[in-house]
Write a protein that binds this ligand. Structure first.
Ligand SMILES: [Zn+2]
Ligand SMILES: [Zn+2]
Length: 353
């Protein structure tokens, strides 16, 4: 089968012919219809994340091995399976839960495999979806999608789960002021989920008018372009000088977190989701005086994926696809995403010739 692989960090992805895996026991081989291209793929391809002092936290030191097939947002059709598989048949259409853990650590034991102490996530620690086929280690990681569009659902496995978990962590009451920083794929999904689940008053902050317009179409009440206006002042004006009840930061850089801390009201929650990198100075006495909470939020639980598929089925959320690519264009897709040219989601269709 063909796979678009990172051979060495920062080098162009290569489409290679690799051995098609043969599933054993509870493993399932899925023929890929759709693989989402995610910002975190860029970090793996570049070989690391920027740490607090500008140093690079290398992914290879966290157990990533090259060559690697990227891609953790996978939807497709069951091709074959091991003898121990009971509940899924050849030809069934599925989305793959990629945040696979070791099954034995304290997080895994309470169903939080996505924050496992020994992660085995597809497309990061194991070969993923920029390929014709993917080997899934257990049938339990598959959620049936029936006749839903694979391009629409594939991003639920990452941006969908990430946005869902972040919104649930923020847990706003109806009409509370929620700020969403960054109207990319994640932010746009979070707006729809927040609207469907909690109905807060949503203000989106971004640096591009086009994205802000899109965010408003999907349910944001207000939009602020933080390049052209003082976002902190605007939020104070919108909230009677109190600040927002919760902020979801899908960028998470000094440029977003510093103002976010000044936009947050007493008892407010700042949920950090993005992986942009960098560090900030915290004014320590202000945290107890304002009784604020800062939490990190990463992807989401296997148990939540069927809920998300159901929300799409009921048309409560509509993941935005912006552009599709062939497998041979995988590198181009990454480059365009990195350059900020993709609104919503870029998708690779390995079957497209
Ligand atoms: Zn992702
Ligand atoms: Zn674990």
């Amino acid at each position: 089968m063909k796979a678009a692989q990172v051979i060495r960090p920062k080098k162009p992805l290569e489409v290679r012919t690799v051995k098609t895996p043969v599933p054993k026991e509870r493993q399932v081989l899925v023929e890929i219809e759709s693989a989402g291209v995610c910002h975190s793929d860029i970090h793996v391809w570049e070989g690391g994340y920027e740490g607090s002092k500008g140093e690079i936290m290398k992914v290879e030191e966290r157990g990533v091995k090259f060559p690697l097939t990227l891609g953790h947002e996978i939807a497709g059709t069951v091709e074959s399976m091991g003898g121990g598989v009971k509940n899924i048949k050849k030809g069934e259409r599925v989305i793959v839960y990629p945040w696979i853990g070791d099954g034995v650590c304290p997080a895994c034991r309470v169903g939080d495999e996505h924050i496992c102490d020994n992660p085995r996530s597809l497309g990061i620690f194991r070969n993923g979806g920029y390929a014709e086929m993917v080997l899934v280690p257990d049938e339990k990681y598959l959620v049936k999608i029936h006749d839903l569009d694979a391009n629409v659902v594939s991003s639920l496995a990452c941006s969908g789960l990430t946005a869902y978990t972040a919104v649930k962590n923020a847990n706003p009451s109806p009409k509370q002021n929620m700020i969403i920083i960054g109207a990319g794929g994640l932010g746009l999904m979070a707006i729809q989920l927040a609207r469907a689940l909690f109905n807060p008053n949503i203000t989106v902050i971004d640096i591009e008018d086009q994205r802000i317009r899109q965010a408003k179409k999907l349910g944001a009440d207000h939009g602020i372009n933080s390049i052209s206006v003082d976002a902190v002042k605007q939020i104070k004006d919108l909230t009677n000088n109190l600040g927002a009840d919760c902020i979801l930061d899908f960028v998470n850089s000094p440029k977003t977190v510093e103002p976010a801390l000044n936009m947050l009201r007493k008892r407010g929650k700042l949920v950090l989701v993005g992986l942009f990198g960098g560090s900030v100075d915290l004014n320590l006495p202000l945290l107890p005086l304002r009784s604020q909470t800062i939490i990190g939020s990463y992807t989401g639980r296997l148990a939540d994926l069927p809920d998300l598929v159901d929300l799409v089925k009921r048309k409560a959320i509509n993941p935005v696809i912006s552009k599709t690519f062939k497998l041979s264009q995988a590198h181009d897709a990454l480059v365009q995403l990195k350059a900020g040219k993709i609104i919503g989601r870029a998708i690779i269709n390995p079957k497209k010739k």
